[in-house]
Every structure is written in C-alpha cells, then in structure tokens.
Ligand binder design. Structure first.
Ligand SMILES: [Zn+2]
Length: 157
C-alpha cells in the first residue's frame, strides 16, 4: 500500500515535493502535537517531523512516525525512499498547495488565466478543483522529475 503522510510545520517544502511526487501528504502549520498525533491516528498517516520528542510521543500512541534529520529535501526524499520503499510518480502529481488530486482540463479553460507566452507554448494543463491552482509542465518540470527519480532510486544501486 502507498503510504500517506502528515507533516508538521517545519516541513512545508518537503510536503510540496511529496505532493508533486504523487504522494498523499497533509501538512499542518502551528498545530499542537496532540492534534497532529490524533489526526495521524484517525487518518492512518505516517507522521514526519524534525522533532524527536514528537516522534517518541507519537510512537507511544501507536502512530508510525519518522524523524527527518536532513535539512535538504532531496536527502529527506531519499531517506523515505530507502526506509519505506517509496517511489515517486510525478505523472500522478497532487496540488502542491493543498494536496487535492489535480484534474486535466481543456486548454481553452485556462485561456486568459496563464501568461500569454505560456499559453502559446504549452498545450496541457491541470487544475486543482479545491484551490483553483493551475499547473503545467514548464522547464522546471524536468528538473523536478529528475530530482524525484534520483531520490527514488538509492545512489548505491
Ligand atoms: Zn489545490
């Protein structure tokens, strides 16, 4: 089964990476530890945090929790890939802002909503039905895909 995650307030950029990698990832800012533990428990999510004390408290309550020490997101992604056998699939990317699954839309639907140069150059667009975010695979996309795919394959293999 594909793991689902709950990230605490210190891991906002990691949350975006995981979502772009197609992983169901909730992110909570300024949320008390007890509420985080409760949500992970109810929603069957693995808690990721930089707070070792929170990891220990969560485990005592029966929540699977992983301590993220790496400051660099790529390293944290690699850690998750190695510990959980997680693979990243950017073709199933979720909304980096809110984690909702994005939907492919007809190009005409985003006319006037994206920069003109983008509209002229790009044919495929996705929209988040929850927050309205519009996404396309620009030049940064290839770099994201490369980063995720190298993180998903341990360096020593
Ligand atoms: Zn969204």
């Amino acid at each position: 089964m594909v793991p689902r995650f709950l990230l605490d307030g210190m891991l906002g950029s990691l949350a975006r990476w995981l979502r772009i990698g197609g992983v169901d990832t909730e992110y909570r800012k300024d949320t008390p530890d007890d509420i985080l533990i409760e949500e992970a428990l109810e929603d069957h999510r693995i808690l990721l945090t930089r707070d070792e004390a929170l990891v220990n408290r969560a485990r005592k309550r029966g929540v699977e929790a992983i301590y993220i020490e790496a400051e660099v997101d790529e390293e944290a992604l690699r850690q998750l890939a190695e510990e959980l056998g997680l693979t990243f699939d950017p073709t199933r990317a979720r909304c980096p802002k809110c984690n909702h699954a994005v939907e492919k839309v007809a190009k005409a639907e985003v006319a006037g909503k994206v920069p003109e140069g983008t509209y002229a150059a790009v044919d495929d667009y996705w929209v988040c039905p929850s927050c309205g975010g519009i996404y396309w695979r620009g030049s940064h996309w290839l770099r994201i895909v490369e980063t995720l795919s190298s993180a998903g394959h341990p360096a020593h293999s």
